[in-house]
Design a binder for this molecule. Structure first.
Ligand SMILES: [Fe+2]
Length: 187
């Protein structure tokens, strides 16, 4: 029999994400596309982390769901929902820190809440951010620079995202450069 690739954590993650944000239109399209992108680039993370990476991609935006609503900042709200639901601290940490969320958290006065979720700053966390930053708000493929421009446009000039863009944008660019180098090496 041909072997079938089974990703048990990612399957459970998809089910939870569908329950929480499956009815949210573009948010769901974006999430599914980020999960697909994560699977596509999973060669850049250690083999034992591939399932975890795809799981975190399914879960990274669940903090937008009504069920998760808490601080109003989706990376923390998602991480908290995962904690309450019995998910491993590592998954919650990846979700809390995706796409440079720590910079936005500090300007929103949520630095202390964020401190509960240390950034593992690994090839796996890099891959999650890269997947999120190469998929647009409707699930369309997007280059890093177009994604950054689009995000700032959607959030607006006075937004917390815009206020920390001088810190967050170079952080995301550095992650993208590392992942692209790893993708080149993995080819
Ligand atoms: Fe996202």
């Amino acid at each position: 029999m041909p072997s079938v690739l089974v990703l048990p954590t990612a399957t459970a993650a998809r089910e939870l994400a569908e329950r929480v944000i499956g009815g949210m239109g573009n948010r769901w399209l974006h999430t599914a596309a980020v999960a697909a992108r994560a699977a596509q680039i999973s060669a850049v993370v250690p083999a034992e982390d591939r399932d975890l990476l795809v799981a975190a991609a399914w879960l990274h935006d669940i903090g937008y769901g009504e069920l998760a609503h808490d601080t109003g900042f989706h990376p923390i709200d998602g991480a908290r929902l995962l904690g309450r639901s019995g998910w491993p601290a590592r998954v919650a940490g990846l979700v809390a820190n995706h796409s440079g969320a720590c910079f936005v958290a500090s300007v929103r006065g949520l630095g202390a809440e964020m401190a509960a979720y240390p950034d593992e700053a690994s090839a796996t966390s890099d891959a999650l951010t890269y997947a999120d930053q190469t998929v647009g708000a409707q699930g369309e493929p997007l280059g890093i620079e177009d994604r950054i421009t689009d995000m700032l446009h959607r959030h607006g000039p006075g937004s917390p995202n815009a206020l920390v863009a001088h810190l967050r944008t170079p952080h995301i660019r550095a992650i993208a450069a590392r992942v692209q180098a790893r993708l080149g090496a993995a080819r």
